[in-house]
Design a protein around this ligand. Structure first.
Ligand code: FE2
Length: 128
């Protein structure tokens, strides 16, 4: 399926977001004190990696992960604690799900990515 310039922009942004999320979840897994949390974050990192690969297959671009969230979120964990931080992370996942609805309507390979983001939000909330 041909990808328009505008769609390509959306896909590249999604790809970057997924790559950054891999780094963020791996950083969180190393920071958190509960082993169960670390295990879930490692699993989420792996799934975001699959998402990045889905978008990479569509854009054909190799992007570099950015560290901003991988630095910010472990710091926030230390300052505000998991009870306040995890709902914020879950909200990010639910927002990603909403953002992907229109992308998935156009590209069927994004459907499972969209569904994963909802499950991720639920998994994070279930840690609390
Ligand atoms: Fe994702």
């Amino acid at each position: 399926m041909a990808i328009s310039k505008e769609e390509r922009k959306v896909l590249l942004k999604a790809q970057q977001g997924e790559l950054d999320a891999v780094k963020m979840y791996n950083a969180l897994a190393k920071t958190v004190t509960e082993e169960k949390d670390a295990e879930i974050f490692r699993q989420l990192a792996a799934e975001e990696g699959r998402h990045a690969a889905v978008f990479k297959a569509m854009t054909g671009e190799v992007l570099k992960p950015k560290s901003t969230k991988a630095i910010l979120l472990p710091s926030l964990y230390r300052v505000i604690g998991r009870k306040k931080l995890y709902p914020m992370i879950a909200k990010g996942e639910y927002d990603a799900e909403k953002k992907y609805i229109s992308v998935a309507a156009r590209f069927s390979e994004v459907e499972s990515v969209k569904n994963d983001e909802h499950r991720h939000g639920d998994m994070i909330m279930s840690l609390l």
